[in-house]
Design a binder for this molecule. Structure first.
Ligand code: ZN
Length: 629
């Protein structure tokens, strides 16, 4: 259905949408050379940033999974949207009016408008719930908030609302706003009964759950009345928008603080997130109706940015350079179990994980009520590295005064310590266990090896190879051609257009380079570049490239270049173009010379004179070129 939207709209969206801003909502980007940014790829699991964005030309490319594209394809992939939906979403965000091809059916159908419509439903529903909080029927809801020290302003910040008792209040409201039954069902805001649909949330306090961009994608609702037979908390079911394995409540408000402070605090409920934010812990989030799992880990990693520096985690109070993920638990035992269960599969994540156990088994909401913001801040700052917490709590559960107790404790703790891949860190924890038991680290190590009973994984090297071109040619000429094309695509406005566009189709020796060059020519050459329109120009080049070459172009557009001073770009690009021209001229001069030498024996004077002229012209051209360098 992509053909429905006018080409002009798509072009305008590409031009107006700021790719670094759009990508930046999902991936923490940092500067990587002139006009280039990088971060952890949201499309594959990685620890070293190989996801590059070049705002200037509006492109992204991952050198890990070799995917790339423009701002529209990024949204398509990250939100699993159709092309049309992605264009509409970005158009809405950047104030572009979407125009449709005449004669094509308008976008009333469910398939094309689904996401935009679903977001609309949620927006209207969130507003409806928020307004209901002021009604007489919502007294219990207001009391609930007041009892937990949340004032009017706090409720507004978090959009807290009230779902009235009754079966169809929201439904009637939404129908009155033109939403169809199909749309209501797809939103998860209604349940299906034998006699039709009815409001899913009734007589409950309601929290809108928003995605990173701040769009409401679901709701969490707490029971208020005794006659309510449902569970204490009820959430939106899985829908096209709401995936509970990825959703983190509060992420929209916490996003900036997480990226800035390199910290994220995971608490357990909606009120805990509110309490934490209101207490000066703005990087708090909570899972919604599910335990923190693998997909949350990926979301968090992306938010924290590059974690390739993990490995030097220190004991007590130490800071992990790769960012901290702090889990709060309201009890030692519960905390240990939850912590160990939650991330057993990911040791690297383990290393940057911290645990904060609240005193007296209070959750952050209760802590704030009893001790004020300071109490919540203290909880977070008293965090311990996960390993330290787990090892200490295991050791505490044994009687270390007896030899039997010590042996049993070491046996219990061995798998935990053995799971630490970082050699330095593991030795540190072995010393810690030794300290607890009064045994020597050597003895501990031997006992651990015996009781863990499995080969320890060889020390994982943390040095991932830097991003490189998928096909990094050995041939210096092919390398020069590639680098020059990359420079031309990344900084087209610095290219001496006349010189470049005069290059013939036989300029390039590598087949892929020739194809890229053909695509540039088909797009009108560098001369067709309009001021300030690099992104549109690159899009045209990609459009002209054959399917298998599109990836090559995408890669060239984002690959880091050796020149990293802005003031040096102009000369750098020019230098590369000139070098390629020089190579071409030199090749042609050699060819002409050998033709001449063949002709001398044949004595064909007319042609001979012509070729000699050409040769002299070529040589003069090359001399001028070199003199200008
Ligand atoms: Zn990737």
């Amino acid at each position: 259905m992509a053909g429905l939207i006018k080409r002009e709209t798509v072009d305008e969206v590409r031009a107006r949408a700021r790719i670094e801003e759009v990508v930046g909502q999902h991936v923490t980007l940092k500067t990587a050379g002139v006009g280039s940014m990088k971060g952890l790829c949201p499309f594959h699991d990685e620890r070293t940033a190989s996801f590059h964005v070049r705002p200037h030309v509006g492109r992204w490319h991952c050198f890990g999974c070799n995917q790339g594209g423009d701002v529209i394809s990024f949204i398509q992939q990250i939100d699993a949207l159709s092309f049309a939906d992605a264009v509409e979403y970005l158009a809405g965000k950047y104030g572009v009016t979407v125009q449709y091809e005449a004669g094509s059916s308008t976008r009333k159908g469910m398939d094309t408008g689904t996401r935009a419509r679903l977001l609309d439903v949620h927006r209207v529903a969130a507003q409806f719930y928020a307004e209901q909080l002021d009604t007489p029927g919502a007294a219990a809801g207001r009391e609930f908030l007041t009892a937990r020290s949340f004032d009017r302003e706090a409720a507004e910040t978090f959009g807290v609302g009230f779902a009235p008792t009754g079966w169809d209040n929201l439904m009637r409201h939404l129908r009155g706003r033109g939403f169809t039954e199909e749309e209501l069902t797809a939103s998860g805001l209604v349940s299906q009964g034998q006699r039709g649909i009815y409001d899913r949330f009734r007589g409950r306090l309601v929290w809108p759950i928003r995605d990173v961009t701040g769009e409401v994608i679901g709701f969490g609702a707490r029971k208020l009345f005794d006659e309510d037979q449902g569970p204490k908390y009820l959430n939106t079911p899985e829908t096209a928008l709401y995936k509970k394995s990825q959703v983190l409540y509060g992420i929209d408000l916490a996003r900036r603080a997480i990226a800035k402070e390199k910290k994220i605090v995971v608490v357990e409920g909606y009120t805990d997130v509110m309490a934490a934010h209101l207490s000066g812990v703005p990087y708090a989030v909570a899972t919604c109706g599910t335990a923190f799992g693998g997909e949350h880990v990926r979301v968090v990693r992306r938010m924290l940015g590059d974690t390739s520096t993990i490995g030097g985690v220190q004991l007590s109070g130490g800071k992990s350079l790769g960012g901290e993920v702090i889990f709060t638990f309201d009890g030692d035992e519960a905390g240990r179990k939850a912590a160990l269960r939650a991330f057993g599969e990911d040791e690297r994540f383990f290393a940057q994980t911290f645990v904060a156990i609240s005193p007296g088994g209070m959750d952050p909401c209760e802590l704030r009520m009893s001790g004020g913001p300071q109490a919540v801040q203290s909880l977070v700052s008293a965090r311990k590295p996960l390993f330290e917490f787990v090892i200490d709590s295991i050791m505490r559960s044994f009687d270390l005064d007896t030899a039997e107790g010590r042996v049993a404790a070491v046996r219990d703790v061995a798998p935990v310590v053995a799971s630490i891949r970082d050699n330095a860190l593991r030795s540190e924890y072995e010393r810690r266990v030794a300290g607890h038991t009064g045994m020597s680290p050597r003895e501990i190590r031997t006992m651990m090896q015996q009781s863990s009973g499995r080969q320890r994984t060889a020390a994982a090297s943390s040095t991932a190879s830097p991003p490189r071109l998928a096909a990094s040619p050995r041939d210096p000429l092919a390398r020069l051609e590639r680098e020059m094309l990359a420079a031309v695509l990344q900084f087209p406005e610095s290219v001496p257009a006349e010189t470049f566009d005069a290059l013939g189709s036989d300029t390039f020796t590598a087949a892929a380079a020739r194809s890229v060059h053909d695509a540039i020519r088909a797009a009108g050459g560098v001369g067709a570049l309009q001021e300030g329109e690099s992104a549109a120009w690159v899009a045209r080049v990609i459009n002209e490239a054959p399917e298998q070459i599109k990836t090559v172009v995408s890669e060239l557009v984002t690959v880091p270049l050796p020149q990293d001073r802005p003031e040096g770009i102009e000369d750098y690009v020019r230098g590369l173009v000139v070098k390629v021209v020089d190579v071409v001229l030199t090749r042609r001069i050699a060819e002409e010379r050998s033709r001449l030498s063949r002709m001398e024996t044949q004595g064909n004077t007319e042609d001979y004179q012509q070729i000699l002229q050409d040769l002299l012209a070529l040589e003069q051209h090359r001399r001028q070129l070199r003199a200008a360098m």
